[in-house]
Structure formats: structure tokens, C-alpha cells
Design a protein around this ligand. Sequence first.
Ligand code: TYC
Length: 102
Amino acid sequence: DDPRHGDGDVVLETRTKTQRPPLYKVLILNDDYTPMEFVVHVLERFFGLTHAQAFEVMLTVHKKGVAVVGVFSFEVAETKVAQVMDFARRHQHPLQCTMEKE
Ligand code: TYC
């Protein structure tokens, strides 16, 4: 018997569920106008992908329409989306970047 409580005592659950913050997927969407090289550059610059990784992800988006480019906390995901959308807008490309809860 556990020495911390006597015979007949009922030990209720004291362990609480570990809370993990929700994670958010950042997605890049395909379109007909944004140049492939621009998308590759965005993926290298804002998501830290190597050129080879960035090229592969860009081709996946081009062929399938969308791809997850990273998973982050809400704040980081929000910042990445804003950075990509601003960079695309400044270069007058219609590239779209969004986030969704995992
Ligand atoms: N479909 C674009 C083209 O043919 C390339 C492209 C790839 C655009 C990925 C957006 O997220 C994108 N120029």
C-alpha cells in the first residue's frame, strides 16, 4: 500500500492533462501568374528551406494546388503569412499564403 494514504482511502486523479499550445500549418496556394522562381525565393527567405527543398515544395504546389510549408505557433504562423503576403503584394504577384489550425 502507498504509505502516503491509509487503507481504504480513495485516491482520485490528481494528474492534470498536459496543455500544449495549438500548432498552425502555413499553406502556400497555387495560381497561374506568380513566377516559379519567386515562390522558390519566398520559401528560402521566409521558411528557411534550402534551394532544393524550396524547388520541390514549389513544384508540389504547382501540381497539387497547395502544400504545407511549415508548422508553427499561432504568432509565428501569423507573422510568416503577413510577411509572405506583403512581399508578394510589393512585387505585384497574386501569391496566396494562409494558415490553419492543425
Ligand atoms: N503556377 C505558377 C506558374 O506556373 C507557379 C506557382 C507555383 C505559383 C506555386 C504559385 O504557390 C505557387 N508560374
